[in-house]
Design a protein around this ligand. Sequence first.
Ligand code: IVH
Length: 702
Amino acid sequence: MDKQEIKNRIEKLKKEINHHRYLYHVLDKHEISDAALDSLKNELFRLEMDNPEFITPDSPTQRVGGEPLDRFVKVQHSVQMISLFDAFSRDDIFAWEKRLKRIKSIPFEYFAELKLDGLAMSLRYEKNIFKIGATRGDGMVGEDVTQNLKTIESIPLELRVPNENELREIGLSGFQIKKVVQTIKNGTIEVRGEAIMNKKVFDELNKRYKKEGKPVLANSRNGAAGSIRQLNPALAAERKLDFYVYELVTDFGFERHEQKLQLAHLLGFRVLRQIKFCRSLKEVFNFYEKWLQKRNELPFEIDGVVVKVNNLKLWPILGHVGKGPRFMMAYKFPAEQVTSKVEDVVWQVGRTGTLTPIAVLIPVRVGGVTVSHATLHNMDEIFRLGIKIGDTVILERAGDVIPKVIQVLPNLRTGREKEIQVPKKCHVCGGGIERLKNEVAYRCINKNCFAVTLRNLSHWTSRGAMDIEGLGPKIVEQLVKEGLVSDIADFYSLTAGDLKPLERFAEKSSENLIKAIANKKEIPLVKFIIGLGIRHVGEETALLLVKQFLIFNSQFSNNFQFPISQFLKYFLNLKKEDLENIPDIGPVVAESLFEWFRNEKNVEILNKLQKNGVALKVERKSKKQALEGKKFVLTGSLNSLTRNEAKAKIRELGGEMSSAVSSKTDYVIVGDNPGSKYDKAKKLGIEILNEDKFQKLITHNS
Ligand code: IVH
């Protein structure tokens, strides 16, 4: 995007975010989820960070909360209700600790709590009695929702007065104990916490609403928000809410954050039991992972954990920046709804010839994985969504299932979006397209089309061409069926996140396959030509073509890397006669080559390969020196030859032997009873050859 485009995008995002915030905060309405809105806010935040000249005071990134509603009485907060900064990864948390240590270079201890997904509330008690409960509003002024909060049974209307022993047990001094008791009885105590709707209440309520034909609640957070904003407290009471305290505003000079929670508990509040004192970030990460796994077992929704510096004496030293405190961080769970942009729509041909539109997206992380494709199912779904190429869309990934596009945000359009067209011809076989009566789907009329796709793709990944490990015909078929791959260039835009939800793929195997593909992104020209699967063009013709190509590009040295466009330009300039004049190439082969390069679809795929990071190289070496420059390490004993014989073979082919594994090692040959070199090789992701593979490598190159 150029500067003007960035500015336009920022303006559009601000408008869209403000629109949804108004709906949410003022009208209690929702068009998109909180997670999707967060995703838009993140994009805006990032754009503004990179282009600070476009930050304006009215940007949604520049304020704390929403405006208070007019229909409730406004309440001035005694201490501003601030918000938290978000972290999305361990790196973010490490960076946070680093910033803390820059201010005070000491070992930090933390307190980790669940991050409840509800609404922040401030409760004020005067002389022991619940007086005012308020929403956050804009952080300075909130809305008085006392009547509704009084319907929540976990909010005490009168504070419990703890006895001296109880207060001593939580580590309070005699002076502090006196102060606490006096303040409860005669002063003001203020706590903050989260009003939430438990999952069970949410489910029952929605069941009832459905039966009564009323609109259902989008999620439990919205359920809680709707309840708090009821003008009629009787209706609020009907939606039974719960309340957990996470902060004591009144200052009694405590040492540790956990004492605040302990006192809140003694005062009669519900506090979270899922909390943990953490001596280091390692323990914080354990807490996070544990609840990420077990969140389904909880009676309420959480969207992450909150990490707090436990030593309260450090809080004023660390202070605040912008909208939030430095001494706390919201470590969010991976979002399950995000926004992304549709870059293209490709058509995948199924086994029966059915065409399925697939949205190609700018890669985004959703639910912990990166995703770059989503099925659009059929034309009816495209109409239902109203989706165009170039649109910003909301993508959802629920649990471990394949992500789907659930909504388009038309307000973010630039006017350059393109309608999605049903192709006139099948891109795989050139066959016609038809829509059968009473069917949603379009089909390619060529019955063999799917087989042709599979054959072409499997040929590309096969031993004789790219030789991509783990990408045999079965997996290729699976990827085609899932709509992830429809031409050879698609292999190179796959992400581990695309593969993980598929049957037969676990986290490790997904990553391994992506690595195997990435390792073969620099393709020897001869293999490339073979892989294209041009009719009548096998290895021999490919070698002839490479030879010819090198005559015209004599400046290319061994292993010289060049872009696919250079190869394409060379072929597009060749006339049919030029091709026929290449020694040993006959008219049939020349015709086939000529036609292949004149096919628009093929040119498109070559361009797409280049866009996806594929490049070409030439290998001028003689076959005998095929392992030239490759570094080998041998561990364990081989059966068919001695170590010395193996070394001699490698050296004969130009390879080098070394004794230790390092990142410079190309291959580790692993025999029986291998040593620690094997483990190191695995750790470094170095290609491992068992005896069988090693033999094949040698015979293949001798
Ligand atoms: S401490 C500075 N602890 O998350 C505000 N907040 O994204 C003090 N939240 O506004 C926040 N669980 O509404 C804290 N255990 C917890 C929390 C929690 C949920 C909410 C809170 C806050 C928001 C920030």
